[in-house]
Write a protein that binds this ligand. Structure first.
Ligand SMILES: C[S@@+](CC[C@H](N)C(=O)[O-])C[C@H]1O[C@@H](n2cnc3c(N)ncnc32)[C@H](O)[C@@H]1O
Length: 229
């Protein structure tokens, strides 16, 4: 088997990853850290970037596709931009910097950003196997579930690594010596998928919107949690 160098072994867009990882510390809504405090929780942005860059090949691994150094650098830059790029935004005459891409807390709720990342991972796996890379999102997910390596964090703590692995379409496992960490991770990655795309069951939602609304991901479960707490 030919050994292919992964992107993480060559270069990462560290400035964007660091910037967004630091920003996550101040997010107080919708972040797993608000579910339960876990002291050594790794930033989700960093976990996402590391997982992605560990699975995607560095372009120098494909001299048949990127024969010159310039072509490899151009492709590497495209992958870096997909992970994270810093953009200047002008608001009322003031210039601020925003991180966009896979590591961005705001962009990650955009399904096309996740789909693009999953497509890149599937493309590398397909190139390695000599398959035609899948392009349609459902085919990509199917391909990843069959061929992507499972991810295991034996010291999963707050569950950041399994959570991000799952987001990238990978089979995720975690364990920890501390039962509190296990409970947090279960609540984060094991329970929500069981209710994926299902409507809430609380009486109000049943009366009002069950028949008309389409529930994606954990929206139905979240609605029930809000109702019953
Ligand atoms: C730095 S934290 C992990 C952070 C986690 N990866 C995250 O992103 O949230 C280290 C974890 O290792 C766990 N741990 C320490 N010794 C262990 C052992 N012998 N077996 C399993 N887990 C252990 C601790 O309970 C702690 O949750």
């Amino acid at each position: 088997m030919t050994y292919r160098k992964k992107l993480i072994e060559v270069a990462l867009p560290l400035e964007a990853i660091n910037k967004e990882s630091a920003r996550e510390k101040s997010i107080r809504h919708g972040h797993p850290s608000t579910l339960h405090l876990w002291w050594a929780r790794r930033p989700l942005a960093a976990c996402r970037a590391v997982l992605f860059a560990s699975l995607v090949d560095d372009p120098s691994s494909h001299p048949d596709k990127f024969p010159t150094e310039q072509e490899q650098e151009k492709e590497r830059q495209r992958l870096h931009d997909l992970i994270g790029r810093i953009e200047n935004v002008e608001t009322r005459g003031k210039s601020t910097q925003t991180v966009r891409g896979l590591v961005s807390w705001n962009d990650i709720t955009n399904t096309s950003v996740v789909e693009e990342a999953q497509r890149e991972i599937a493309r590398c796996l397909a190139w390695e196997k000599g398959d035609e890379p899948p392009t349609k999102p459902e085919k990509v997910t199917e391909y990843l579930s069959k061929h992507a390596p499972p991810i295991y964090d034996p010291f999963c703590g707050g569950g950041s690594i399994p959570l991000e692995a799952q987001r990238l379409g990978l089979e995720a496992h975690g364990s920890d010596i501390n039962p509190v960490a296990v409970l947090i991770t279960k609540a984060l990655i094991e329970i929500p998928p069981k209710f994926a795309n299902l409507p809430p069951v609380n009486p109000d939602s049943r009366k009002n919107s069950l028949k008309t609304k389409t529930w994606y991901g954990a929206q139905g479960l979240a609605e029930d949690v809000r109702y019953y707490i």
